[in-house]
Design a protein. Sequence first.
Length: 188
Amino acid sequence: MKKVGSTFAGMSLSLTLICLVFTGLMATVYDITLEPIAEAGKAKQQNAIKAVQNDFDEMVTDTVTVDGKAYPVFKTYKAGKWNGTAVESTTNGYGGEIKVMVGFDNQDNVVDFQVLSHSETPGLGAKMDQWFKDPKHTVNRRHLENKTLKVSKDGGDIDAITAATITSRAFLNSVNDAYKAYTRTKNN
């Protein structure tokens, strides 16, 4: 077998073919996984709504804009009576985007929250879902009418996650933003 000489044209052709093959493979994998990933995200969102709201038998979905930012809002009803609202809120933390589903009852209290996604540091900011459910630091069952949640370093009454103050601020801002969206839908 004759050895092919290394020429610029030969190397360029080889590299082009390799790139085309891998681009085709990546596009195929993307197409195959796109729908299952979207379905998994939708299921996670639905499970989060169920987790942050009291028992309900009907839900109305809406989008509310606050300060130019859109928030998905899910008003829940039991036996035809409004019993609360779940709001999906997104903000930037230390490592990137933090997406949280926050549930409110019809008395302006935080029922519960679920962290849907984040890119925070493992072992530090990533523990926000456990930290803010701990009774010493919880945001659950807090009445937010005319109140903004803040970490104690900023004059608030909630302790920040040790060594993750930026994440803590971002998380609390996300809850505060969700409350603003909730108040827009409360009387509708």
